[in-house]
Design a protein around this ligand. Structure first.
Ligand code: SF4
Length: 419
């Protein structure tokens, strides 16, 4: 097995009608359909109630066992390969440095985010533990097996960080605490620090504080959508989903107060209908608060409510990817950048030589996320090909080489379009 998934969805060369960006009007999600009652809330899994036997490999709706956090968690295929519970190879990289753990329940995530493979509207189509998420399968593994393996590797562990991804479920807050405690009882969080990818909808300030007190290092909020309208359309009322923009910012502010500068941040997905200016404006807002931005390129996840829409054209993606890095790590400010009438970046506000140095370093184009043990601006979260196929990489899970940089410069329109 590899972590490269066969795709029906194709990579966009350009946006619809030859545009080099995805405009708001075309990025309309499908409306979610109705789920028959007997398929709701994980009923098939709970009715069959098959006991899990060790590691579960997703097999698409054939008697999925009854697995629940905190005893079980899911992990990305890349993490499973690196941990040694899956066999496989990863294109141009040997392992991932971040052990991403995802809470799991037969009821699954109760939210319905339009771009997400885990969303509730898929209940009738696939059991939760069988759903694809950011382009790959997520095997379910007993938490005891994970902790045993990582603890026995000690300082030799390939992982630079562990991350608990919460989902929208009534047990999610308590089980995140249980998973964190299980980890820190055997593994020193100074050696492998822990990040929390939170679910603000079910959380209050006390929950944020408890996670910090228990040893979590970084707290992030998956804002994903860059504007309140887009958020509501893709994660809120627009798709019968419970999330609210204001609540996400409230929890982010709690994280700022409790975790402190550089120890909190947001996830953002570029190309869902916002302008480049909208996106970089949020990036600047988060940096002004003292946090960081982890950015991904929109890719139409199979089975999601946006799987009929174009992936983010490379031009748009490279511009916001570079802009994000400049604001996050190079002291650039959106107020010095220039934009055209469509909100596209036309100037990054840096002298051409300085900009060229940043581009040539390649760091701006790598996967973004919480830092590992190499440098502040090199993410531990280098899970490969979560936002693109390997044939046209959006976020590089390794250091781009000369050939990659040449391609990136072309995508950025250098030397013709940008200076
Ligand atoms: S809350 Fe997270 S896991 Fe649940 S549907 Fe939304 S993006 Fe997916």
């Amino acid at each position: 097995m590899g972590c490269i998934k066969n795709e029906n969805a194709t990579q966009a060369e350009t946006g619809q009608n030859g545009l080099d960006f995805n405009p708001y009007d075309i990025m309309e999600p499908r409306a979610p359909g109705k789920t028959p009652k007997n398929m709701q809330n994980g009923a098939p899994v709970k009715t069959h109630d098959v006991a899990p036997q060790g590691v579960y490999q997703p097999d698409y709706n054939i008697l999925t066992p009854h697995m629940r956090s905190p005893e079980y968690v899911q992990m990305s295929t890349a993490a499973a390969i690196t941990l040694g519970v899956n066999k496989g190879r990863m294109y141009r990289c040997s392992c991932t440095r971040c052990l991403n753990l995802l809470l799991t329940y037969p009821e699954g995530c109760r939210a319905n985010c339009a771009y997400c493979g885990l969303a509730r509207h898929r209940e009738a189509e696939r059991d939760y533990a069988d759903r694809n998420f950011i382009r790959v399968d997520w095997p379910a593994v007993p938490m005891d097996v994970i902790v045993d393996k990582v603890a026995s590797d000690g300082p030799e562990s390939p992982f630079h960080r562990m991350c608990i991804s919460m989902i929208t479920h009534p047990r999610s807050d308590d089980d995140t605490v249980a998973v964190l405690k299980k980890w820190t009882s055997r593994i020193d969080p100074e050696t492998i620090p822990v990040s929390i990818l939170s679910n603000p909808t079910t959380m209050g300030r006390e929950d944020v504080k408890l996670l910090k007190d228990l040893g979590a290092d970084i707290f992030t909020v998956a804002l994903d959508a860059a504007t309140p309208e887009l958020f509501d359309r893709t994660r809120g009322k627009g798709v019968q989903s419970p999330h609210k923009w204001a609540k996400y910012w409230e929890v982010l502010e709690d994280a700022r107060d409790i975790f402190g500068p550089e120890k909190f941040g947001v996830h953002l997905i570029a190309g869902m209908g916002e302008t480049e200016h909208d996106m970089l404006d949020v990036v600047q807002r988060v940096v002004d608060m003292g946090g960081h931005n982890h950015m991904f390129s929109f890719f139409p996840e199979q089975g999601s409510l946006m799987d009929h829409l174009p992936a983010t054209p490379r031009d748009q993606w490279r511009r916001v990817q570079l802009g994000r890095y400049l604001i996050d790590y190079c002291g650039a400010n959106i107020s010095q950048m220039k934009f055209d009438d469509e909100g596209r970046v036309t100037h990054f506000g840096l002298p051409a030589g300085e900009l060229e140095d940043v581009i040539q370093s390649g760091l701006a184009f790598r996967t973004s996320g919480c830092p590992g043990k190499v440098a502040e601006d090199i993410s531990a979260c280098d899970r490969p090909y979560g936002d693109s196929p390997p044939s046209d990489i959006a976020s590089y899970p390794f250091q781009p080489d000369k050939k990659d940089i040449k391609k990136i410069r072309k995508q950025l329109g250098i030397p013709n379009r940008l200076v």
